[in-house]
Design a binder for this molecule. Sequence first.
Ligand SMILES: [Zn+2]
Length: 284
Amino acid sequence: MQVTEHVHAIKIPFAVPTRFVYAYLIYGKQICLVDSGIAPAKEIILAYIQNSGRDPKEISWLVQTHSHADHIGLSAEIKKISGCKVAAHGAEKAWIEDIELQYRERPTPTFRSYVQNSVGIDLVVSDGDTVDLGGGLAVRVIDTPGHSNGSVSYLLPADRPLFSGDAIPPVGGLPIYSDVLAAIQSIRKLRRISGLKALFSSWHDPILGEKVYPVIDGSLAYIQKVHELVRKEKAHSPGLNSSELTLRVLKGLAIPESLLNPIVITTIEAHLKESLRPNVLEGV
Ligand SMILES: [Zn+2]
């Protein structure tokens, strides 16, 4: 669906009901794709572009917020179809250019069904860089590590939407970040950007207008809620291993136990590293 003058949002369902990822299209003289979703979504993305009167061959840029499988699933295919250039942060490059390496180091259960091919990065980006999309449009790169080391967000100055990838955890969702303090600093950095008109996160439905800043604030409060649960359960049962502790925390967040996976355990371990801080938002 079209969500601003230039931006179209594509919701991509996962096999797990209620879970999804978003990819975004920036329509200008050419097309920029922000993340490519998962491999099974090929027809969804290509059909959307064609039904909107454009051609997938018009994609000139694919800008990656980060390397995880649900963000790079179609990247190789899109590059093959369109000849587009691919941009990503240097800290994500290895996992995008070698998906076997990513799978060895971060083996998510759905990895193989989400991404089948590696893709080469044409432009390594970092904080403050601008990617010129042609026709007077550009996106500005904002480093937002925490969810992953090289996570970036993109600001489109033209109509001021922010593409935040997985940098802003959704309240009530699985908390996924490998560095809790970096995640908080990144969210605050995004919060300081004035005049945001829309927030296009990969795991929220598009957020428009005055709802943008409250959603960002809510994610910070949610991280603190997770932190308090970790501290409470650890104090109550010091002998719990990481997996058992994570299950307790998920229960406290009203998240089904069936969603337990090694990635969310990493999040809880990241909180444990900061467990001496009663309030993880303070002093960061
Ligand atoms: Zn991710």
